[in-house]
Unconditional design. Structure first.
Length: 332
């Protein structure tokens, strides 16, 4: 029996790491629970924003198991399972299906460039054949700015023809609305689900037949982005989208999913710290989302545990962000 598909706003969940660079399951679970309570319909754990390719299969399996053991519904999870090694993709995808995850978000093998569609088709086909479970729902992950291996319309068409029950949709993180629109025009009518890769495209995506977005900004503004999704057919949709667009340009949010070298493995430089149990972090996670509550919540996402001087204002700042720009001048 297939799990019901997720639609709406999903967060590619930020992964907290300990001082020894191992994933911090306790803080990871807390953040996931907070996201679901504040507007996220689902959790795309182990995405680009999660720094998934800095973790082993074993570490990712342990985090998945920790989420389910803590009561996070597996039906709310869409873990990233694509890898360069076919065996890694198969192992993690099998585990996700066994746990009852709603779907998996699958990168193409990305180390070697210029791979023809035939090779990519055979990779995805091999995963589907070896997992061999009708519950498997694959969401292709198109992110050419990072992977540099695109998911073409021709590849999607071939996969849908061969595996219509297993190939469920796509996350388009190309940043190119014309590409997203082309995918929607070609495949949405047949039930292929399209998620925009940024909240900036959410309203356009919904109006063109899409089902939501999977966006880094949802880690800090889930409520605001979900308001666009919930009200996309209302007279307020444009103004809500404009507000979400403003949040997406905030350096505190934009830096989350920066594909540049400065953001890679930032935990190794001690710059990524999720709600660490400090009084300020607990207060931030206890406040309601929206307005001042949303701003407070952002302070809990990258909480340094010990305040540092904000570069612009000189006031204490709980972000300790890698951009070294003062995002919230009134942070305390």
């Amino acid at each position: 029996m297939k799990t019901q598909r997720i639609t709406g706003v999903l967060a590619p969940v930020v992964t907290p790491f300990r001082a020894d660079y191992s994933p911090d399951a306790e803080r990871f679970v807390r953040h996931c629970q907070w996201l679901l309570a504040h507007g996220c319909a689902g959790l795309a754990v182990f995405g680009t924003n999660s720094e998934a390719n800095s973790m082993s299969v074993g570490e990712k399996v342990a985090l998945l198991e920790a989420l389910v053991a803590a009561g996070v519904p597996a039906a709310k999870l869409m873990p990233g399972t694509g890898a360069c090694a076919l065996s890694d993709s198969i192992a993690l995808t099998k585990k996700a299906v066994e746990l009852g995850c709603a779907g998996v978000l699958m990168l193409p093998p990305f180390y070697y460039k210029g791979v023809p569609d035939e090779g990519l088709f055979r990779n995805f086909a091999e995963v589907i054949e070896r997992v061999a479970d009708e519950r498997l729902q694959i969401y292709l992950y198109h992110i050419p700015p990072v992977a540099q291996v695109p998911i073409t319309l021709g590849l999607i068409e071939r996969l849908l023809k061969r595996y219509p029950k297993n190939v469920a949709g796509i996350k388009d993180s190309s940043g190119d609305w014309s590409n997203t629109k082309a995918v929607l025009d070609a495949f949405a009518a047949q039930g292929f689900e399209v998620f925009a890769g940024s909240e900036v495209f959410l309203l356009r995506n919904m109006r063109a037949g899409g089902v939501g977005c999977i966006t880094a900004g949802a880690n800090v503004n889930p409520h605001g982005i979900d308001r666009v999704y919930q009200a996309w057919q209302s007279p307020e949709a444009e103004s809500l989208q404009a507000a979400a667009d403003g949040g997406a340009q905030d350096p505190a949010i934009a830096g989350l999913d920066d594909s540049g070298a400065e953001s890679r493995n930032r935990a190794l430089r001690g710059r990524l710290r999720l709600d660490d149990g400090s009084p300020a972090a607990r207060r931030a996670h206890q406040r309601p989302a929206g307005g001042d509550g949303e701003r407070a919540a952002r302070s809990g996402i990258r909480n340094a545990g010990n305040p540092v001087a904000a570069p612009r204002s000189g006031k204490p700042c709980w972000y300790s962000c890698w951009s070294r720009r003062c995002c919230w001048r009134s942070a305390s």
